[in-house]
Ligand binder design. Structure first.
Ligand code: ZN
Length: 266
């Protein structure tokens, strides 16, 4: 089947950020994919929330897979739906959630909703602090503003700059605030030299891998719907630019993921 043409599932690998429900909406056979992830002994697949009430459905649909962990949060493009009445918190505290997010700022698509984005982001940073959970951060063309907000309201449990897109110079600043840096399939793209420069300078104990599936498929699957089986292509490129072996990097990323999301060893 087409979706599996370029998939090779590496034992121990982690997809720290994907959207299983959206993959399913795009027609991907998510059960088959998750079964392959399990069969290949991938470590973890983290299913990331984007709206204030999506957690119960995601948990009901994918909660039977021990490999899957959940986050819960309101994506910046859904920021207008943020409510201060504790709806998100109610879902989170009754469950098995490993992080708050994804939240953050998107100035590329959402200048017109800037106020709502800031409000929802601020509230979710406070929620992460209150619940002592890490936070998953979406940043698009908003590095400076994201940095200042997380510096002002820093979750003690840290967090992750998901689908990292800032320059190498910013890496140390986010790392100093306790953040990990996660790379998605775009690090494999031909024109992504700057991103590879950033990947080179991330400290070993702070690097993570993800797909952001169904978006951003790595080369050689670029243009197709993405899924966790493709994270191996991203890891291979990360290993290459960092001068590490693929096996050592997989092990390191798995350990980093467990530390950040406080997951038990598999
Ligand atoms: Zn995402």
């Amino acid at each position: 089947m087409d979706h599996f043409a370029h998939a090779y599932y590496l034992p121990g690998s982690v997809d720290s950020h994907c959207h299983l429900s959206i993959m399913e909406q795009k027609g991907l056979p998510v059960d088959l994919i998750l079964q392959d992830c399990v069969a290949a002994q991938m470590s973890h697949v983290v299913d990331v929330g984007i709206s204030i009430d999506d957690l119960p459905n995601r948990r009901a649909r994918f909660g039977t897979y021990p490999i899957v962990r959940f986050t819960a949060g309101v994506h910046p493009m859904n920021a207008a739906t943020w409510d201060d009445h504790g709806l998100l918190e109610k879902h989170v505290t009754t469950g098995d959630v490993v992080a708050i997010g994804e939240t953050g700022l998107d100035w590329y698509r959402g200048r017109d909703t800037a106020d709502a984005q800031v409000r929802a982001f601020e509230a979710q940073l406070h929620l992460a602090r209150r619940l002592d959970l890490p936070v998953v951060i979406h940043n698009r063309d908003a590095t400076d503003d994201v940095y200042h907000m997380v510096r002002n309201i820093t979750p003690p449990a840290g967090g992750v700059m998901h689908c990292y897109s800032a320059s190498a110079q910013w890496v140390a600043r986010f790392v100093d605030l306790g953040f990990s840096i996660s790379f998605a399939g775009n690090v494999t793209y031909k024109n992504a030299a700057e991103l590879r420069d950033a990947a080179r300078v991330v400290p070993s104990d702070r690097i993570l891998s993800e797909t952001d599936a169904p978006y951003l498929s790595p080369i050689p699957a670029r243009g197709k719907p993405n899924h966790p089986g493709y994270v191996s292509h991203t890891i291979r490129v990360l290993a290459e630019v960092r001068g590490a072996s693929v096996d050592a990097l997989i092990e390191q990323i798995a350990a980093n993921t467990r530390a950040l999301f406080r997951l038990p060893p598999v």
